[in-house]
Write a protein that binds this ligand. Structure first.
Ligand code: C2O
Ligand code: CU
Length: 432
């Protein structure tokens, strides 16, 4: 029904068709969802979490805080996370941003499950099969509930750590009432001995790109959206952008005078023996371009003969959305909810040509799959294979990305500037 759709009121385009995931609420639903898993339903969970969400005025807390707890697991573990909706109005869900969960666990209200009303619960079960930095957030009225704080980080540690990082720092970036914070605080400090390397996991939970500037030492970009880059080299004098919804893991070897990381020029992370930032940052000038960063390697998708080619042109025009007149976002000229689905068959290689002619930037996010960036504005990726689940598509820009259709279901592909999604910048990928 209307209240359970993530777009701010309109009926969802695909409110049916996911076996076993509709029309139920609460704990019974959790049991049913478990049976839908590809994983053996009898397999006991390796790690269990309970996330209780509470509405407090204009804030939503997860286990009493926002951001919610950092969930740390090890690659290969079966996670069982129980969402308990104590009092979030309009119901809620959890989406595991960047994790390729089975479709029924994707947490999209109105598509893969109904929102969980206050007083009820839902059990998510999935295997975290890729190491990396991810996050969880509400996917019901998400432009409201994420802003209000229903979010947290999920870190999947590799079974065999590859790097020398001795410290691991999660920095969740989020604006509360318009004020940027790191892990909910105005600043963040980690005590680090000189010579130690820190892995700083930056998680951008806001609606627009964050710019990150490191002073005091060079840095390496260890990972983008959870996937390690191949052969990352040291960078200095360049800022790096963290796409809305995206994650960047930086590796920094901390010198005796410490390191200062400015995020959006407003919040500061300090690494070293004292929180006092030793050095004043220079003015950020040039952005680090991931298109040619790192060392080439086998890209992982053979795109020589793809089964599917999709056009994904983002525009804007006058029209009606749920009967409301306005200038709404379009995909290939269509207004939500009349945007045709993208169809794939399991096993297909799909190449998507994204063109942004809308006059604004859109951080595009694909659920259930990671995608490989092939080119931007016709220029091919020449550095490390660059995998994303969240991609900053500037106005006038074109990208070609590829993914393997290896996770059957109905998946959203939408703008992670969440008010834009509420304004209809949502497409769906469907198998079969
Ligand atoms: Cu992080 Cu559909 O969202
Ligand atoms: Cu957008």
């Amino acid at each position: 029904s209307m209240g359970y759709v993530d777009t701010g009121g309109g009926p969802g385009p695909v409110g049916h068709g996911v076996p076993g995931s509709h029309g139920e609420h609460g704990s019974g639903k959790g049991d049913r969802a478990v049976a839908d898993l590809i994983e053996d339903p009898a397999r006991p969970a390796d790690v269990r979490f309970t996330l209780t969400v509470t509405q407090q005025g204009d804030r939503i807390l997860v286990n009493g805080t926002s951001p919610g707890p950092v969930l740390r697991v090890t690659q290969g573990q079966l996670i069982e996370a129980t969402l308990v909706n104590s009092s979030v109005r309009g119901g809620t869900t959890l989406h595991w941003h960047g994790v390729d969960v089975p479709n029924a666990m994707d947490g999209v209200a109105g598509v893969t499950q109904d929102a969980v009303p206050p007083g009820e619960r839902f059990v998510y079960r999935f295997v975290a099969d890729r190491a990396g930095t991810y996050w969880y957030h509400a996917h019901q009225l998400s432009h409201v509930q994420v802003r209000q704080g229903l979010l947290g980080a999920l870190v999947v540690e590799p079974t065999h750590p590859s790097g020398p990082a001795t410290q691991d720092l999660v920095a969740v970036l989020h604006q509360y009432d318009g004020k940027p914070t790191l892990n909910g605080a105005p600043a963040l400090h980690a005590d680090v001995a000189p010579g130690e390397e820190v892995r700083v996991r930056l998680v951008n939970t806001d609606n627009t790109q964050a710019s990150v500037w490191v002073t005091g030492a060079p840095y390496r970009v260890l990972a983008v959206d959870g996937t390690d880059l191949n052969g990352p080299t040291e960078v200095s004098g360049r800022w790096i952008g963290v796409t809305a919804g995206g994650r960047i893991d930086l590796g920094v070897v901390v010198p005796p005078d410490g390191v200062r990381i400015d995020v959006d020029g407003t919040t500061v992370i300090t690494l070293g023996s004292s929180p006092a930032p030793a050095v004043v940052p220079a003015q950020p000038r040039q952005e680090l371009d991931l298109l040619d960063y790192g060392t080439p390697a086998e890209p992982g998708i053979d795109v020589s003969d793809p089964e599917r080619r999709f056009e994904y042109e983002i525009g804007r025009r006058l029209g009606f959305l749920d009967g409301r007149p306005g200038r709404w976002w379009t995909i290939n000229g269509h207004l939500f909810p009349d945007i045709p689905m993208f169809h794939v068959e399991e096993g297909d290689v799909a190449v998507v040509h994204i063109v942004n002619r809308s006059g604004e930037t859109h951080p595009m996010h694909l659920h259930g799959h990671r995608a490989l960036v092939l080119s931007r504005d016709g220029e091919p990726t020449t550095g490390s294979p660059w995998w994303i689940d969240s991609l900053e598509v500037g106005t006038g820009e074109e990208f070609e990305i590829a993914f393997v259709a290896d996770n059957p279901g109905i998946w959203m592909d939408h703008c992670h500037n969440l008010p834009h999604a509420a304004e209809g910048l949502i497409a769906h990928l469907m198998y079969g």
